[in-house]
Design a protein around this ligand. Structure first.
Ligand code: IMP
Length: 452
């Protein structure tokens, strides 16, 4: 048996949508396994390879890397119907059917059923994605949820199916949703899920444990972001899972001793979807916010909702670092700042007339924080192709920030200074190749179009 190699964790360091999909895709060629360990199809990971844009919601972003095994881990809630759409889209593109051969669904993962989607549609407070995530986790905590491992047993127990269906119907009725779930509907759904995914449902925690002990490389990919963590985020405006490094092992079904480096992904600015406090938000009428939204294409991958935009928030990033202990930062979408006259970075807040540098715990207080900014000179807009050429030249010459316009390079250096976290790579365009990688760092390997 070979020696153990620690697993790498990659997480969103903000409120989600940081560009994790692209970063994970770039790392995946070095890994034998890519694992989702929490969340469900509330995530939307976009990967752009040449003219092809892939939008993944539940399948790990290692999908385009042919030798990479893919795990939908124990800690996830999975919508089997959405998964089928993702798999069909991949099959139409490449002819591959990875389920059961290199894509595995944990038998411990919970199933999102039509009931959960309906229940979530009643949310009026948080601004959820409406995908049934919270209700599916709620059922899990109440110990009435259905896991992939439970389907076969349930199909042999019509009383249990009837009891589940009537519980679902009465819970919908209690929140004013007039929709009855019949035992037959539930049974049909479960039978379909088992037929469709039977071969792919597997003891993935054990598989990962064996892989790690055999020296295989494992990448654990977070969804959502640090500030949406149920315990450590801006509660109650958060998602329903632990998005943090601490859950990367637990949600994958391996022990914490397997966990190695942890990369935090942050945009060079901030976005947020849904409700909740956002201290550095730029008012929608302000041209800088409009610039970030337009140039950054800031519309939700999952819901299509316009994202709220704002400046980079260092205290929020430090909160994410406190919880996750990032060993490196992936700075994304630096190119989106091009064309702005000036660029702001929030370095602290004022609350009730007093300076503070830590995000308060109560959402009401976070909402009252007045950001304190430092202002940096902007840099000129250049085209996507020019950014790509800049990245390619930098790879060939093994250079680093010197490839960037001076004002852009100094933003990166300043973020490193303020956060105390080394930047490992800088995203300067949507294409997988539009990235500057720190020479000798984790992202320093050639990137190409692969099979696309
Ligand atoms: P839920 O995860 O659908 O329950 O939504 C809870 C909150 O998390 C809402 O504010 C959503 O907009 C936000 N959220 C959930 N998933 C993502 C994501 O992948 N990116 C950004 N925000 C998300």
């Amino acid at each position: 048996m070979k020696g153990t190699v620690p697993a790498t964790v990659i997480l969103g360091a903000q409120w989600g949508d940081e560009g994790k999909g692209k970063a994970i895709d770039q790392l995946a060629s070095r890994y034998g396994w890519a694992v989702r360990f929490q969340g469900g199809n509330n995530a939307g990971h976009t990967i752009v390879i040449g003219d092809t844009t892939l939008k993944l919601h539940q399948i790990p972003s290692g999908l385009p890397t042919p030798h990479c095994n893919l795990v939908l881990g124990d800690g996830m809630v999975i919508d089997p119907w959405v998964l089928e759409k993702e798999l069909d889209a991949w099959n139409a593109l490449t002819g591959e059917k990875p389920e059961g051969s290199r894509l595995f669904i944990s038998e411990r993962a919970s199933i999102i059923l039509p009931f959960h989607r309906l229940y979530d549609s009643a949310d009026k407070v948080v601004g959820t994605t409406g995908r049934g995530i919270g209700p599916a986790y709620r059922d899990r905590i109440e110990r009435v949820g259905i896991r992939f491992a439970d389907i076969e047993g349930l199909l042999e127990n019509s009383q249990s199916i009837s009891a589940s269906a009537s519980r679902m119907s009465s819970q919908l009725a209690a929140i004013g949703i007039d929709h009855r779930i019949s035992a037959q509907d539930l049974e049909n759904d479960l039978r379909w899920i088992l037929d469709r995914y039977g071969d792919a449902i597997a003891p993935t925690g054990h598989m990962l444990d064996i892989a790690l002990r055999n020296g295989e490389q494992v990448l654990l990919e977070g969804a959502q972001g640090a500030m949406l963590d149920i315990d450590q985020g801006t509660y109650p405006f958060v998602t329903s899972s632990v998005t943090s490094r601490a859950n990367a092992s637990h949600g994958a079904g391996i022990h914490p001793g397997h966990i190695g480096p942890c990369l935090g992904v942050t945009k060079a600015y901030t976005t947020r979807v849904g409700n909740g406090p956002f201290p550095t938000e730029i008012p929608s009428e302000d041209p800088s916010g409009q610039h970030l939204a337009k140039v950054g294409h800031e519309f939700g991958t999952t819901t299509g909702r316009p994202r709220r935009t704002g400046w980079l928030d260092i205290p929020a990033l430090m909160e994410a670092h406190r919880v996750n202990g990032f060993s490196g930062l992936v700075l994304t979408k630096l190119d989106v700042l091009a064309g702005l006259d000036e660029i702001k970075i929030c370095i602290g807040y004022e609350l009730d007339g007093r300076p503070i540098t830590m995000l308060p715990v109560r959402a009401e207080d976070v909402a009252r924080c007045i950001p304190v900014y430092e202002t940096h000179p902007g840099f000129e807009a250049i085209s996507e192709d020019e950014w790509l050429a800049m990245a390619q030249k930098s790879h060939e010459e093994k250079s680093w920030l010197e490839a960037l316009p001076d004002a852009a390079a100094s933003i990166v250096t300043r973020i490193e200074e303020l956060s105390g976290i080394e930047v490992q790579c800088v995203g300067i365009g949507p294409d997988r190749r539009s990235t500057l990688s720190k020479p000798g760092g984790m992202f320093d390997h050639p990137l190409n179009l692969g099979n696309f």
